[in-house]
Structure formats: structure tokens, C-alpha cells
Design a protein around this ligand. Sequence first.
Ligand SMILES: Cc1cc2nc3c(=O)[nH]c(=O)nc-3n(C[C@H](O)[C@H](O)[C@H](O)COP(=O)(O)OP(=O)(O)OC[C@H]3O[C@@H](n4cnc5c(N)ncnc54)[C@H](O)[C@@H]3O)c2cc1C
Length: 426
Amino acid sequence: MSPARPPEGAHSLSEGQARSAKGAPVSHDVIVIGARCAGSPTAMLLARAGHKVLCVDSATFPSDTLSTHLIHPPGVAALARWGLLERLLATPCPPIDTYAFDFGPFALAGRPGTPESPVAYAPRRTVLDKLLVDAAVEAGAEVREGYTVERLVVDNGRVTGVVGSGKGGAPATEHARFVVGADGRQSIVARTVIPDEYHKRPPLCCAYYSYWSGLPMHGRFEAYVRPVRGFAVWPTQDDLTLVIGGWPFAQLADHKSDIEGELMKAFELAPSFAERIRGARRESRFFGAAVPNYFRKPWGPGWALVGDAGYNKDFITAQGIQDAFRDAELCATALDETLSERATYDDAMARYQRTRDNALPMYEFTCEFAKLEPPPPELQQLLLAMRGNQPAIDAFARVNAGVMSPAEFFSESHTAQIFAHAAAHA
Ligand SMILES: Cc1cc2nc3c(=O)[nH]c(=O)nc-3n(C[C@H](O)[C@H](O)[C@H](O)COP(=O)(O)OP(=O)(O)OC[C@H]3O[C@@H](n4cnc5c(N)ncnc54)[C@H](O)[C@@H]3O)c2cc1C
């Protein structure tokens, strides 16, 4: 294990403070910083396993965050496993059972899920994150909203706690055997421990989203792929439809002054969609974002990272929420194994990292897609060959949903099957 590098100004424990047999001060088993898609499930699962958990967030809930919110079927399956899906559906939230990809000359529409988890949902983050926070509290975690961590406590290279405060309160120190950063891309944990980063890519596209009424979607997610432009549309709650569109990051400055005009020009590249949106009404302002792409080593002495804090990729394939759920489950399992002495910390956390990093093919697929370059000729041929082959189209929808690995979809044997089917039905 590489030791955590103490930040400038980090303070150590004074001699004589209470410590566990392993030398770490004890008041919580785990402190989780961040209480959204990664943090609350991590806290909830650890609390359900009987551990003493403190989860803090500088935000209060319900609150929104800069993110669209499509949850593909694997993320929905996680909510079902945790007993939270029924609550989400009661909010209510319309299902999405079809993913349609319009490439201009042709379109493909398939089913994104599996028999066990057939559909996606797109609840507002105000709803989803509040539901997750409540579930963590119900499980027995102590959740402090409006509480900001100012710095970590690092003792001989090991993270042993946090210094933070609630609104207007004086900073105080909290100790734990492990501190989990579920604190997003600007993670204070990552900034403190400076983990190794790998497969890094700069921001590749920038996109803007807004909410519209009068744009019914009938359970469909629609993505439109055009040269150096892409946009997607899907239903969310309150009879609203989310519309997001973007262009390569290199063009960020060129279009900043007229986002609406530039988006409308992009919509015109799909005339039937342009007509639909002309009859709809925009109900919110535009929210814009561009994000870097990276894997960070997600563990070290006394610390772990989950969600965007440890692994981030462009939002074009909308994987972040379900990836955060996956990390929460993997990391909580590894910490539970460690705390209950069923595995060593190093073994358990190395397993978490290896399993998380199996997402590499999806990460590469996402980064390619986010460049918004025209598909290379081989991919164009493959997409064309898929027309009329519903099982292949469904498989493509499942790739975009994170259900099927791009490595499997684009394997020689699978693509050969697609071309053979096309030849047989020519
Ligand atoms: C424009 C855009 C669109 C997206 N669309 C989708 C989509 O459709 N589907 C999808 O699955 N994903 C999407 N994503 C990705 C998704 O938003 C993230 O992957 C997801 O929010 C990660 O959750 P998280 O809990 O790791 O981090 P976050 O949601 O960033 O939460 C981190 C929390 O930590 C708290 N925090 C940070 N520092 C501190 C501190 N020092 N003290 C206390 N609290 C702290 C913050 O207040 C925050 O609440 C999108 C992202 C963007 C930017």
C-alpha cells in the first residue's frame, strides 16, 4: 500500500488520545464524506451490516445537483436489491423501455434491459438523493446534512478522521477506522491522499440540458448522433422531458454566447425531432457541464474512494449513477469484510479495485463516443448490418445501458454473427 501523503496543515493526533488495538482512534467505524449516489448507499450498506457509520454532506436534502439522471437497468436492479425501488416508483416515475439511436440515414431501437431488470428510470436528483439519504438514516447511519469536511486527519501516513463543521458551528474532529470519499470529482479525500490516476483523458465534450413540457416520450430514450453534434431526450418526473445536447469540448468557447441557438441548430439536423421540440415549451434554464475522465486508485491506508471521487467518465453514456451504486456495494462489502476480520484490508480493497476496473471497456467506449466524431467506417458497416436484426439491436441498446460489455459486443465472434445474419437476409 502506498502511504497517504499528509497535506500541508493536516494535524496529527496528540499523544494519549484513545486508540484501537490497531493504533487508530475509534469513534466511528467509517466516516463517509458525501451523501448522494455513492455516499448514502455506502453508509446504508455498512450500517445494515452492523457498523457504526457517520455520513456527512455539505448539502442538505432534498437538493438538486448538476447532473442529468438516467438510471440504466443495472442501477435499477441495485435499487431493487436494496429494497428501494418500490419507494422510487411510488414517487411516481415513468419507466423507459426502449433506447432509440438515430444516426441520420437510419435508426435502431432496442430494449436496454434483461428479464430481471427490464427498464430504466430517470428520477430527479431531488427525489433520488433524498430517498438514498433517508435509507441510510433508516439503516442506522448517523447522517449530518449541511456539514462540511474542511480537512482530513492524517496520522503517520494513515487517514484517521476528518475535521469539519455544520453551518455556523466550530470545526471539530471526528475519528474513524476508515474514511470514505464519496465526495465527487473535487474530492477532498483525493486531494489529500493524491492517489495514482490512470487511463486519464481531458474533457471531450460539453453539453447543456434543460427540462421541457409538451414533449411526450412514451417510454423512449432517444439519442441522435450527427457529425460533431449529439443530443438525447428522455422522460423524467412531473410530465417533463429532459433534453441534452452538446458538441466537442474544443468548441466550448465558440458557442458559449448562444447555447439555445446552437442547440436549436443541432436539433434541425433531425427534422422530425426539430418539429416536435418546436411544439414543446422549455420549463428551465440550460445547465452546462464538461468533465474530465480518469480512474483513481480507490483505496489506501485508512481511506477509500467511491463514485466520481474514484472513477469518472463523460456523461454521454450516463453510467455515473449506476457506477456509484456498484462502487458503494463493492466498497461496503470490502470494508465489512475488513471490519469483521473475514479478509485483510489489502485483499478486500484490491478486489474492489479490480472489479471496479473491469469497467475499462465501457470507459473506452464512452470516451470514443464523447469525441462526437463520425463513427469509423468499420463501425458504420456494423451498424448498417444490424438493421432488421432485433437481437443485435437489443444487444447494442444493452451496451449503452452498461448491461453488456462493449468488449463482448465488438468481439470478433459477435460481429461475425451480425455480418453473417445480414448476408443471409440480404
Ligand atoms: C451534466 C451531467 C449529466 C450527467 N448525467 C448522468 C445520467 O444521466 N446518468 C448517470 O448515471 N450519471 C450522470 N452523470 C454522472 C452523475 O451525476 C455522477 O456520476 C454521480 O452524481 C456521482 O455521484 P457521487 O455520489 O459520486 O458524487 P456527487 O453526486 O458529486 O456527490 C458528492 C457529494 O459530496 C459532497 N461533498 C463534497 N465535498 C464535501 C466536503 N468537503 N464535505 C462535505 N460534503 C462534501 C457534495 O456536497 C455532494 O453532495 C452526469 C454528470 C453530469 C456532470
